[in-house]
Design a protein around this ligand. Structure first.
Ligand code: PLP
Length: 432
């Protein structure tokens, strides 16, 4: 499999380079050159396969140029270590729970696969790699946990002091081994600026191999298509499956579209958005007008310029008619989000988080046929958004043990001012 840059269909590279570089030399995102269609026997046999076996069959053609089957299997066995169950609420509705990983959000799937893949590639070359990542909360913890204990890779997470939630902070600062949390006296933007400065500092990079664990890395995207197959397997209703995907940067949606192009019989994808609805407007009007993001209750979807739109456009060769055939999109306000949480709880006694609630509302509004079956992607555990839910609905949420355990652990962070020189001398002191 070759990967091209979305900015230039003639600029190709292999999987390994795409993963280690993250971005194409022209600044574009890597897109698979073709999406292999899975055989009929794969689908006939799907109900007998575990999630790991599905992952192996689906991912093999994307990585085989740089990876043996054994290596792929070992990466999969370290990635797909938790289930993705569909909870059936009625004859026409199910919830795909993607929060059973270590940080209780779907980003665990992609972050773990990327971490294990990078580790594999640098070990072959006997290299060390240092990952710098700025976070405003959730991405940092998924990335940190993905790389936790992974050989040959040191991770430095920069987060703004006092500006992330207690749980988020504990998820970032209670890991040890190869993970170091840098608590920056500044804002998220300051953290991002520091990371950018480090990447453009030739003097530093001469001696210290740096990489980013960017959300647009192709190794984060591909494994996200696996749980669409896994969900389909669990409901087994051919041709009338509709996935409702709470969307921000459109990574999850893009992974679903790849699954469909591989032959998964999905009738429609719903891109469910909050007030940051530039993609909804694109689907409806054909105009893409990026905007600064606004803050909402479903904050992981507060994106004003979704990067994966470039990949969707590439896969569909920018033909809006075909995009619309596969995707319907609609957006909801914070007020509606809360109403959605209440409605689902009252109707089905199921407590959903604000992101999943938007998925639920979108499927509810979608014009359905009688034998349509909707699968809502529940992208995070509601306890991660306990404050918002409790304050607005009065519903109490029991904290899962793996979340409450973080609060008992010891916080370890290195406090640092926002001057680049402080970061630089710290990183230099780490050089072997
Ligand atoms: C990241 C995230 C999203 C948005 O996913 P995209 O792939 O960026 O569209 C939705 N919900 C939660 C909980 C997230 O963390």
């Amino acid at each position: 499999m070759k990967y091209y840059s979305d900015k230039n269909r003639n600029l190709f590279t292999d999987f390994k380079t795409a993963v280690l570089e993250g971005l194409a030399p022209d600044g574009g995102l890597f897109v698979p050159d073709n999406i292999p269609v899975l055989s009929q026997s794969f689908f006939d046999n799907l109900h007998n396969l575990s999630i790991g076996e599905i992952a192996f069959e689906v991912l093999k053609p994307y990585v085989s140029e740089n990876m043996s089957n054994d290596v792929l299997n070992s990466i999969i066995s370290r990635t797909f270590t938790f289930p993705a169950p569909v909870i059936k609420l009625s004859d026409s509705l199910g919830i795909l729970e993607l929060f059973h990983g270590p940080t209780l959000a779907f980003k665990d799937f992609g972050a773990r696969f990327m971490a294990n893949t990078m580790s594999q590639f640098i070990r072959q070359e006997n290299r060390e790699l240092n990952i710098l990542v700025a976070t405003s909360g959730d991405t940092g913890s998924a990335v940190a946990h993905g790389f936790y204990g992974v050989e040959g890779i040191n991770v430095y997470i920069l987060y703004p002091s006092q500006k992330v939630s207690k749980i988020q902070e504990m998820q970032l600062t209670t890991l040890d081994k190869n993970i170091t949390a840098l608590e920056i006296e500044g804002t998220f933007d300051d953290c991002q600026k520091l990371v950018k400065e480090a990447f453009t500092d030739k003097d530093l990079r001469k001696n210290l191999p740096l990489s980013s664990a960017n959300s647009i890395n192709i190794a984060r995207l591909l494994p996200q298509s696996i749980y669409y197959f896994e969900a389909f397997k669990q409901v087994q209703r051919n041709n009338n499956i509709i996935f409702s995907v709470p969307s921000g940067n459109l990574g999850n949606l893009t992974a679903g579209l790849i699954a469909k192009k591989s032959g998964l019989p999905v009738k429609k994808f719903i891109a469910a958005a909050n007030s940051n609805n530039v993609f909804t407007e694109y689907i409806n009007s054909g105009q893409f007008i990026p905007r600064p993001s606004v803050k909402t209750y479903s904050n992981a979807m507060d994106v004003g310029n979704p990067s994966n739109l470039a990949r969707i456009d590439s896969i569909y060769r920018k033909i809006l008619g075909s995009i619309r055939e596969d995707i319907y999109s609609i957006s909801f306000s914070d007020f509606e989000t809360i109403e959605g949480i209440k409605e689902l709880k009252e109707k089905y006694d199921y407590l959903i988080d604000p992101h999943g609630a938007i998925g639920y509302l979108a499927f509810d509004k979608y014009e359905k046929d009688t034998d349509d079956f909707g699968i809502i992607l529940e992208t995070a555990h509601p306890a991660k958004f306990g404050d918002v839910i409790e304050l607005n609905t009065g519903f109490k949420i029991e904290m899962p043990k793996r979340l409450s355990d973080y609060l008992k652990a010891e916080k370890k962070s290195i406090k640092m001012d926002k001057q680049y020189d402080s970061l630089k001398s710290f990183l230099r002191s780490k050089k072997k």
